[in-house]
Design a protein around this ligand. Structure first.
Ligand SMILES: Cc1ncc(COP(=O)(O)O)c(C=O)c1O
Length: 385
């Protein structure tokens, strides 16, 4: 039991590249304070009661309009439900849409903490191959054919097709189209974790699976955790109206209403005040600089045999290690040298440990450069050992 009030407290002397979170110095605290004041201005008539089960109508409408304007697919407010963030929504989708014994597929690697959410459920979790173009959709098809032949139910695929955690890769355009058609053909639910969509650095994010798929195929999870603040616990689900209704009528929402009512109303006031676009633009500028700083420093400090590519968005650079090195084994030495990372083994079901995830969002460029230097030195020492 910890006495801390927040997750992820940095250790003195350690540059914590393992922390996949936004920089608190960039939280829009002033705008949010005003938004909270606005949310309470009418005596809290909307913000303080139990919220509507699908979330405050004004936020659902505003979000639907915003998403529709940015994508090649109109999104209705009846296709939008306010969640308590992507972690909560993923947990709830597995509760409501999967049965005990069903198989849920993930990418190899995947977001390590999503594995924890899935492990809380009586489902079988299996990984699919993944490469520099994202999920191997042909391998998915083969898996689905096999499952059909053996009578196994593969219910859902949890996927992060855009600025993937932990690799930073985005699913190639042709694979996106194929993925949604394969899923529709096999009745596979695609749970699209789209948490990094707005944090693109070079050009706008590729089309979401949600925007490409036939209705009912994709359950898309979005969140304000990375673009406003994770402590708000405000996210959203896009799904077909009957799927939205299933979640809104769940025991959980029926009992507690919208899981983030107060914060959701405050976020709506923040958006209404026109503060969001400028804030996200500021994040993009700051994180582009940090991504570039870390990439440049890795290029000069990593020993031969290491590899990485520069992500077009999101929070992470993925470094592959020379053959023979294990990331988990390197971690204690790296931490002693003052840098942390997430070892590959946490994102792989099969224990593969040949890479590391580095978050570039939390520190200014000089510290990122120093972190890369420490990392390069640690790997160099391990290679010479
Ligand atoms: C891929 C992915 N999904 C979900 C989350 C958590 O989202 P939320 O804070 O909305 O629960 C994260 C945070 O690191 C993430 O990287």
């Amino acid at each position: 039991m910890t006495t801390a009030s927040t997750q992820n407290i940095a250790r003195p002397g350690v540059i914590e590249l393992s922390f996949g979170k936004p920089d608190p110095a960039l939280f829009p605290a002033v705008g949010l304070a005003e938004a909270c004041r606005e949310a309470l201005a009418d005596g809290g008539a909307e913000a303080l009661p139990y919220g509507a089960n699908a979330g405050p109508a004004a936020l659902r409408e505003r979000l639907a309009e915003r998403l529709g304007a940015a994508e090649q697919r109109a999104t209705g407010s009846n296709e939008t439900l306010i969640s308590g963030g992507n972690s909560q929504a993923l947990d709830q989708l597995v509760t409501l849409f999967c049965r005990p014994g069903d198989t849920v597929l993930v990418e190899r690697p995947t977001y390590s903490l999503a594995l924890g959410v899935l492990r809380d459920h009586p489902v079988v979790v299996e990984a699919l191959p993944f490469d520099e173009e994202g999920l191997d959709v042909r391998a998915l098809e083969r898996r689905l054919v096999e499952a059909r032949a053996t009578g196994r139910t593969v219910r859902a695929l949890y996927t992060i097709p855009t600025f993937h955690n932990p690799t930073g890769v985005s699913l190639a355009a042709e694979r996106r189209r194929r993925l949604v058609s394969v899923a529709a053909a096999y009745g596979l639910l695609l749970i699209e974790d789209d948490v990094y969509r707005e944090l693109w650095y070079d050009e706008p994010a590729p089309p979401s699976l949600w925007s490409l798929a036939a209705p009912g195929t994709v359950l898309r999870l979005g969140s304000f955790a990375k673009t406003l603040a994770p402590g708000l616990r405000v996210g959203w689900l896009n799904a077909a109206p009957e799927q939205i209704a299933r979640v809104a009528e769940s025991g959980l929402n029926d009992s507690g209403g919208c899981p983030s009512q107060f914060a959701a109303v405050a976020v709506e006031r923040f958006l209404r005040a026109g503060l969001y676009e400028a804030h996200v633009a500021e994040l993009r500028a700051a994180y582009t600089t940090r991504r570039d700083a870390l990439a440049a420093a890795l290029a000069s400090h990593l020993p031969a045999g290491c590899g990485f590519s520069v992500p077009a968005g999101g929070f992470f650079i993925w470094v592959s290690l020379p053959a023979g090195l294990r990331a988990s084994a390197l971690l204690p030495a790296a931490e002693a040298a003052g840098v942390s990372f997430v070892p590959a083994a946490r994102s792989h079901l099969d224990g593969h440990d040949g890479g590391l995830r580095l978050a570039f969002t939390l520190y200014p460029p000089e510290q990122l450069a120093e972190a890369a230097r420490r990392l390069g030195e640690t790997i160099g020492v391990a290679l010479r050992a």
